[in-house]
Ligand binder design. Structure first.
Ligand SMILES: [Zn+2]
Length: 454
């Protein structure tokens, strides 16, 4: 009996030690993250010294150069730039004034939508038609729309606890409103900022014109401005708006994804990608969206390297360029990976802000999802519990075609849209511990994915 029991006991002891070792490795990753400021310092640089990093801008070039060096400092074995074609849109002078015989005149807090067409320097003046949705617009008589500025004013549904769902349900006005209004003869659109919050910051974002429609100017107005305009329209439906937005779209230009790689110990030719997008809107420091995701990805390399965590696969931190206007950086990364026949095992995107970590969303099903969800036990000491099916992000999305396991990092999402695409998204709005805990969570997941194989 002794002869049989002894090996069994050994196996059991080894197995237990291994589970403890896993927890210990995760502990060392969290300890290192919580006692190091390099990710926070990198964030400060991107926010304060690179600045609004719209693809194609000088600021984006500063961000590319800085993160290339930051990846080397973090311990990447190789760092390179990957060429990406990006739109080149430049904001101009912008102003929007309401003139009402009843209420007087008022300037609104506005920002042109990305890729929108501009006015000339004199601007345009017209009456305003308020609608709540594209469908409402489509059901109106064309004569009511022609020559007007259409004002899309559907608020985000605040009953939705998932703030991204609220955003998703309202953002069609911003993305397609101008294009749809143009079909009916509108001369411009004003779109209520897509946020749950009532503030005086315009929240910009991209707008897209369908082929063949006249490209009419499109601006976002702050939610306070939208409420004011709507109220004034009630007492004076014939009020006039004067809008100037001298933005321009230049020919497409060249930019770069920045990639840093930590070579794997045994499966060097299999890759785990962690990433965020390096571009931001021009009017914002883009701290939460998405400098945070970038510096967390760089920090993942530093954490794995500095803690001596052995990862069999190669880990890449990718700063994707141009997520905001057309996600061409993510497309390019996946296309090159496909061309080279690379094996991309998993990809994690951090692009939901830098609040306290809650968990991860996995694009997986059945028993694979069940196994992934079981990883949550290693994160309980850190209060990170939400492991479930979910989306990843626009940048790693195209890797799905290569069969890559797609994962989205999920922080708390209640505050995110207070900052999103607005001047309010500053370095000061990021808490260092929330940033650090997020980096540690992502690095730990990289380790677990590699260690357990999915
Ligand atoms: Zn983003």
């Amino acid at each position: 009996v002794k002869k049989i029991l002894f090996p069994v006991l050994i196996v059991m002891i080894t197995w237990q030690a291994s589970a403890q070792d896993v927890q210990k490795i995760i502990g060392s990753i969290f300890n290192s993250a919580l006692t190091d400021r390099s990710a926070y310092n990198n964030l400060e640089y991107l926010c304060k010294h690179a600045g609004g990093r719209l693809a194609g801008s000088q600021a984006s070039v500063r961000a590319i150069e800085y993160t290339r060096e930051a990846l080397l400092r973090a311990g990447a074995d190789t760092v390179w730039l990957q060429e990406v074609t990006v739109p080149h849109w430049v904001r101009g002078y912008e102003r929007c004034t309401i003139s009402s015989a009843v209420n007087g005149s008022k300037n609104l807090s506005i920002a042109a939508l990305g890729l929108s067409a501009g006015t000339d320097t004199l601007g345009i003046s017209a009456g305003v038609l308020e609608v709540q949705s594209i469908n409402e617009l489509k059901n109106l008589d064309k004569s009511k729309i022609e020559g007007k500025i259409v004002f899309f004013n559907r608020p985000v549904d605040n009953t939705l606890v998932n703030t991204f769902s609220g955003y998703g349900n309202a953002v069609d006005q911003r993305i397609s409103g101008a294009s749809e209004a143009s079909r009916f003869g509108a001369i411009a659109v004003i779109v209520r900022s897509v946020t749950q919050f009532i503030d005086d910051y315009p929240h910009t974002g991209v707008t897209h014109y369908e082929g063949g429609v006249k490209k009419i100017p499109a601006i976002a107005v702050s939610t306070m401005g939208a409420d004011l305009l709507s109220n004034w329209l009630k007492s004076d439906p014939s009020l006039m708006v004067h809008m100037v937005s001298t933005c321009t779209t230049l020919p497409d230009t060249v930019s770069w994804n920045v990639i840093g790689e930590l070579r794997g110990t045994s499966k060097k030719n299999e890759f785990i990608t962690v990433g965020g997008h390096l571009d931001s809107w021009d009017i914002t420091e883009g701290a939460h969206d998405d400098a945070g995701g970038c510096v967390q990805s760089i920090e993942v390399l530093r954490l794995l390297k500095s803690t001596g965590t052995r990862i069999s696969r190669s880990v890449r931190a990718v700063m994707f360029m141009n997520e905001e206007m057309s996600a061409s950086g993510g497309r390019e990364y996946a296309d090159i990976a496909a061309e080279k026949g690379e094996l991309h095992y998993a990809a994690i995107e951090s692009d939901r802000g830098v609040m306290s970590p809650r968990g991860f969303g996995f694009d997986a099903e059945g028993s694979r999802l069940k196994r992934l969800k079981s990883l949550s036990k290693y994160f309980l000491p850190y209060n990170i519990r939400d492991f479930d099916k979910g989306g990843s992000g626009a940048d790693v999305g195209p890797l799905k075609e290569l069969g890559t396991l797609q994962i989205g990092y999920i922080p708390d999402i209640q505050r995110y849209f207070a900052y999103h695409h607005s001047v309010n998204d500053t370095f000061e709005q990021v808490n260092i511990r929330e940033l650090q805990l997020g980096s540690a969570a992502i690095a730990s997941l990289v380790y677990l994915l590699d260690h357990f194989n999915y």
